[in-house]
Design a protein around this ligand. Structure first.
Ligand code: FCB
Length: 464
C-alpha cells in the first residue's frame, strides 16, 4: 500500500552538525564552537571545525541525495554564518553558500526545506544575554529577513526553530548543552517565552518578505505517548488495538504538562498554535509563569501551515485503576538504539495522530532515525540491517496514520542524510543513511540508503 499522493520523502541535517568551515568566509563563532574549543564537555573533545566538510563538499552530497531519490532535503542555516556577530552586519559570503546549495538542490529536482535555527546561537547573541534578553526576537527577525531576502525567491518551505525543548532544556536548565545554564524555573520560562517570540517574529518576516508562495512551520520535539495494548512490546511492535480508556490515558498525558521540565508538548506548542499557555502548566508554575506583555501572545501565535514533529521514541501509558494515566515501563531487554533510546514504532502512529487532533495542522515528520554502531565492512559495504528494520517498522506505522483517515501526514524526513556531529556525543554516534569516515571524509552510502531509495520510488508500497 502506498502513502498518499504527493507525500514528501526527504532527509534532514543541520548546519553545525555537518558544515564544518567554522570560521571560513567571515563566519562568526557560535556557542557550540566555544564549547567545543574551550571545554571538555564534548565526547573526546571533538569539534565542529570540519565536521563532514559539507560546506566544501555540498555538490557531492547533493549528488548522493539524487542517488537516493530524495524529493526534499531539510537543512538549517547557520545564524553566525549569515550574521557573524548575531546582530548587525550581514555576511554576504555566508549567504552565498546557501544560495549555491539551494541552486544545486533545485537543479537536482530536490525541494529545499529550510530551518532558520538549529541551535548554533551566535556568540555575540550569547554575550547579549541570548534567550533571556527580550530583544532577541528583533535580532532573530533581522537575521531571518537577511535569509528570506536572499533565498525567498526559491525556497517555499520554512521552519523557524528546531526543538526549543532541547536548546532550552539541556541548554538553559540541565546544562549538558551550551550555554550550560542551570536557570531556575522563572528564568527558564522567560527564556522560552522569548524563544517563542523569535518563532513568531520569524514567521511574520517570512510571510512579509517571501517572493513566492510559501509554507511556514516549526520543528519541535516533545515526548510522544503511546497507549498500551497486549503485544505492544513484541518484536514487530504491532498494529494491536488498544482499548478506548488506554487511548484516552495516553492522549491526556501527551497533552499534559505534568512536570516542571520541557519534556512535554503543550507548554511550547499551545502558545504557538492555540495562542495561550496551557492551564495545567500555568497552575503548576504559579508565580514562576511568564507574564506576557500586550501583543506577545499574538506575536507567538502566528498562523502556521504545517506542524513539524521530530519523533524518535515514546513512553507507554494506560488507564490506571483510578482511571488516571499510568506509565508502563519498557520490559527488560527491550530493543534500544546505540544511545539507549527505546525503539517503539507506534510512536509514528500515535504521535502524529495526537498532534493532529490537538493542533489541526498537517503533520510532517521532520526527524526520525536511529544511531547504530555502523562500520565499513572489509568489502567496502556498510551493512546496517537494524536501521532498515527500524525505519521500516516506523514507516509502516506512519503509513497507517496517513491512510486510516485519522491524521493528515504530509511527509517524512529521515534523520540523518550523513553521519555527523551528534552534539555532546561528538562523532561517536552514527545516525546517517550515508557513512562518513571522519579522517578521510569519504562518504559511503549504507545499505539503508539503497533500501530507502526503493521506499521512495514506490511511495512506500515496498514496505511490507
Ligand atoms: C534531535 C536533533 C538533531 C539530532 C537528533 C539525533 O534532537 O534535532 O540535531 O541530534 O536529535
Amino acid at each position: 500500500m502506498e502513502f498518499p499522493k504527493g507525500f514528501v520523502w526527504g532527509a534532514a541535517t543541520s548546519s553545525f552538525q555537518i558544515e564544518g568551515a567554522w570560521n571560513a568566509d567571515g563566519k562568526g563563532p557560535s556557542v557550540w564552537d566555544l564549547t567545543c574549543h574551550d571545554t571538555d564537555q564534548i565526547h573526546a573533545r571533538h569539534t565542529g571545525d570540519v565536521a563532514c566538510d559539507h560546506y566544501h563538499k555540498f555538490r557531492d552530497d547533493v549528488a548522493l541525495m539524487g542517488e537516493i531519490g530524495l524529493r526534499a532535503y531539510r537543512f538549517s542555516v547557520s545564524w553566525p554564518r549569515v550574521v557573524p556577530q548575531g546582530v548587525g552586519a550581514v555576511n554576504a559570503a555566508g549567504l552565498d553558500f546557501y544560495d549555491r546549495l539551494v541552486d544545486a538542490l533545485l537543479a537536482a529536482g530536490i525541494t529545499p526545506w529550510v530551518t532558520l535555527f538549529h541551535w548554533d546561537t551566535p556568540l555575540g547573541v550569547h554575550h547579549r544575554g541570548s534567550w533571556l534578553n527580550r530583544e532577541v526576537h528583533q535580532w532573530f527577525g533581522d537575521y531571518a529577513a537577511a535569509v528570506v531576502d536572499r533565498l525567498g525567491d526559491r525556497v517555499a518551505h520554512w521552519m523557524t526553530l528546531n526543538e526549543p525543548h532541547i536548546f532550552l532544556g539541556p541548554g538553559e536548565r540541565e546544562a549538558f548543552h551550551p550555554p550550560g545554564h542551570k536557570l531556575g524555573h522563572r528564568e527558564r520560562l522567560l527564556a522560552a517565552h522569548h524563544a517563542l517570540m523569535c518563532h513568531g517574529r520569524a514567521a511574520q518576516v517570512i510571510r512579509a518578505r517571501t517572493r513566492r508562495e510559501c509554507q511556514v512551520g516549526w520543528a519541535p520535539i516533545g515526548r510522544v505517548k503511546v497507549p498500551w495494548h497486549p503485544g505492544i512490546f513484541d518484536g514487530a511492535g504491532g498494529d494491536g488495538q488498544p482499548n478506548a480508556a488506554d487511548v484516552e490515558a495516553a492522549r491526556t498525558r501527551q497533552n499534559a504538562v505534568p512536570a516542571k521540565d520541557f519534556w512535554n508538548n503543550a507548554w511550547l506548542a499551545d502558545p504557538v498554535v492555540l495562542g495561550r499557555y496551557p492551564e495545567d502548566g500555568l497552575r503548576l508554575y504559579g508565580d514562576d509563569a511568564p507574564r506576557p506583555l500586550p501583543g506577545d501572545m499574538e506575536l507567538i501565535n502566528q498562523p502556521i501551515d504545517f506542524y513539524g514533529a521530530n519523533i524518535y521514541d515514546a513512553e507507554v501509558f494506560r488507564a490506571g485503576p483510578d482511571g488516571q494515566p499510568e506509565h508502563v515501563p519498557f520490559p527488560a531487554g527491550h530493543p534500544q538504539n546505540a544511545l539507549r533510546w527505546y525503539i517503539i514504532p507506534e510512536a509514528l502512529y500515535w504521535g502524529p495522530r495526537f498532534l493532529y487532533e490537538r493542533y489541526g495542522k498537517p503533520i510532517y515528520v521532520t526527524e526520525n532515525g536511529m544511531t547504530n554502531l555502523d562500520w565499513v565492512d572489509a568489502d567496502g559495504r556498510v551493512r546496517d540491517p537494524q536501521r532498515i528494520d527500524y525505519t521500516g517498522r516506523y514507516l509502516r506505522q506512519l503509513r497507517r496514520a496517513a491512510t486510516d483517515g485519522t491524521t493528515r501526514v504530509g511527509g517524512y524526513f529521515h534523520w540523518s542524510l550523513l553521519d555527523n556531529f551528534e552534539w555532546q556525543c561528538g562523532y561517536r554516534e552514527r545516525f546517517g543513511l550515508i557513512h562518513v569516515d571522519f579522517e578521510t571524509l569519504r562518504r559511503t552510502p549504507k545499505d539503508s540508503a539503497r533500501w530507502y531509495a526503493g521506499v521512495i520510488a514506490s511511495n512506500g508500497a515496498s514496505l511490507q
